[in-house]
Design a protein around this ligand. Structure first.
Ligand SMILES: [Mn+2]
Length: 234
């Protein structure tokens, strides 16, 4: 391999019986998550526009408690899924122009929650980074794969059969995840493998999203506070 960028004589990898060349981490890590004190990763974001006022507080190292008052009952129900199954404490308060419809409030809750994720993750040192989960809810089966990559991307594979669940416009599910992905800088793929009932399909999605997120934001002790990228930056 004359053109290999990794010539064998200068390989950084140790010989089978050589001692590990990686020095022990002894310096304090520049990360939102302090491994020594286990300081929880908490962020609060206030966002006010001419259409809405949203306040979000999250604790990635929480117990799954949730207070959600967005004025959109079905969205509150879904935020409870993220908290409960993601073991993330979430407090969301929103005032919106509901007299028009739920669109702006739904989107702005997604934006603000995404910003809170981004802020709580900080430089993303030490996190597992990837997560995926396959969640059944009765006949519905939804898979979520995500990567806190720093690169926003959404592949949205839901086919929700009805226009509404209660008063909630089911087109807003996609709008919520677009906003969340863009502002948390996450790569997110959602695949619906089965499902007939709209409420079940959406709720299975949020449960799968929650569990995948829980896996991805978990601190990996073997990362020892390093950024989980071969490029060194996320
Ligand atoms: Mn439900």
């Amino acid at each position: 391999m004359p053109h290999s960028p990794f010539p064998i004589p200068h390989s950084p990898f140790p010989m089978p019986h050589a001692p590990c060349p990686i020095p022990m981490q002894t310096t304090k890590l520049n990360s939102n998550y302090d491994q020594s004190t286990k300081t929880p990763r908490i962020a609060t974001v206030h966002r006010t526009t001419g259409e809405t006022a949203v306040q979000v507080t999250i604790n990635l190292d929480g117990r799954g408690t949730c207070t959600a008052a967005t004025g959109i009952p079905f969205l509150d129900h879904m935020l409870h899924q993220i908290a409960s199954h993601g073991l993330i404490d979430i407090d969301v308060q929103a005032k919106g122009d509901w007299e028009i419809d739920d669109h702006h409030t739904n989107e702005d809750v997604g934006i603000t929650l995404g910003q809170a994720f981004n802020q709580a993750l900080g430089d993303r040192k030490g996190i597992v980074r990837f997560g995926n989960f396959l969640a059944p809810l009765d006949e519905a089966l939804v898979q979520v794969a995500l990567d806190f990559s720093g690169r926003p991307h959404l592949s949205y594979g839901l086919q929700i059969p009805t226009q509404r669940v209660g008063t909630y416009d089911t087109q807003l599910v996609r709008e919520f995840f677009v906003a969340l992905v863009n502002h948390s800088q996450m790569t997110l793929h959602i695949r619906q493998l089965d499902g007939i009932n709209s409420h079940h399909i959406i709720e299975a999605t949020f449960k799968a999203f929650a569990r995948a997120t829980r896996l991805a934001v978990e601190i990996d002790p073997r990362r020892a506070g390093l950024i989980p990228s071969s490029k060194g930056v996320l």
